[in-house]
Design a protein around this ligand. Structure first.
Ligand code: ADP
Ligand code: MG
Length: 248
């Protein structure tokens, strides 16, 4: 098949086996530009492993992951980031002792090499980008705040900002609203709806109210395979999905 040339991400027949156990089993998955796709499913379904495979943290046993038509399966994590894939882990990896501004500045792609960052001087262009990003993540008034003093939700937003400032074409977020207040969840939903414009966003999440708010498409993963995929309504009505996931 050569039908996948226009997808941002095209995963075909992807399998990873850990000592014979297939955590991801012959997965086919496609993502369009401007698409916000949420992956749900029971614990151990293989959701995080899919993100690990896309970002190169885990190497596949077989199959293909094409990002903008480029094969990622044999690329290093670092090279995959440089191709334009950003991934947020469950615990935020921000620099607690640095300000919001400094955290964003460190993440700004300036040549992207070690020398680039050593030679780096803050220019008006960089500052403008930092401010634009800070506004997007609702931290414009906190630019000088030490990151360690932010609320849990704000720390998550800051990490999203640290990815956004690199302008990724694909942004992946693993359980972004875990531990957030109701208000922060709503704000995060609005943020994700905005930032999927012009890129693709792949989110893993358990909070169904949140999923309903944001998802263009939902895929249910179960035992490394796709159980159902479609819009929220279709997936919620699916008897197989109710049985293995939503019924609990
Ligand atoms: P989910 O995110 O859907 O809860 P995971 O992707 O974290 O599930 O895990 C899927 C399965 O694969 C689990 O049984 C987990 O123990 C296993 N697994 C994940 N990563 C590894 C690894 N690096 N080595 C061995 N087993 C793993
Ligand atoms: Mg997980």
């Amino acid at each position: 098949m050569d039908s996948n040339t226009s997808f941002t991400l095209a995963i075909e027949d992807l399998t990873v086996s850990f000592d014979g156990f297939k955590a991801v089993d012959s997965l086919n998955f496609y993502l369009d530009e401007n698409e916000l796709h949420v992956v749900i499913g029971p614990n151990g379904a293989g959701k995080t492993t899919v993100l690990d495979l896309i970002c190169g943290k885990t190497k596949s046993t077989s199959g293909s992951i094409k990002f903008l038509n480029k094969e990622l399966t044999n690329m290093s994590e670092h090279a995959i980031v440089n191709e334009g894939v950003g991934r947020k882990f469950q615990t935020p990896s921000i620099y607690e002792n640095l300000s919001v501004l400094e955290n964003l500045e460190i993440s700004y792609p300036h040549g992207r090499g070690v020398y680039g960052s050593l030679m780096f001087k803050r220019s008006d262009k960089v500052l403008a980008k930092i401010k634009e990003t800070a506004k997007e993540i609702m931290l414009l008034d906190d630019l000088d705040t030490e990151a360690g003093l932010l609320s849990h939700g704000q720390k998550q937003w800051l990490e999203i900002g640290m990815l956004l400032i690199q302008d990724p074409q694909l942004l992946m977020l693993d359980e972004p609203v875990a531990g957030m207040s109701v208000k922060e969840r709503e704000q995060t939903a609005d943020l994700l709806k905005k930032i999927c414009k012009g890129r693709s966003v792949l989110v893993i999440e358990h909070d169904m109210e949140f999923v309903e708010r944001i998802a263009h498409k939902v895929t249910v993963l179960h035992q490394g395979k796709i159980l159902a995929t479609g819009n929220m309504d279709e997936v919620q009505k699916d008897p197989k999905v109710i049985e293995v996931y939503l019924g609990h």
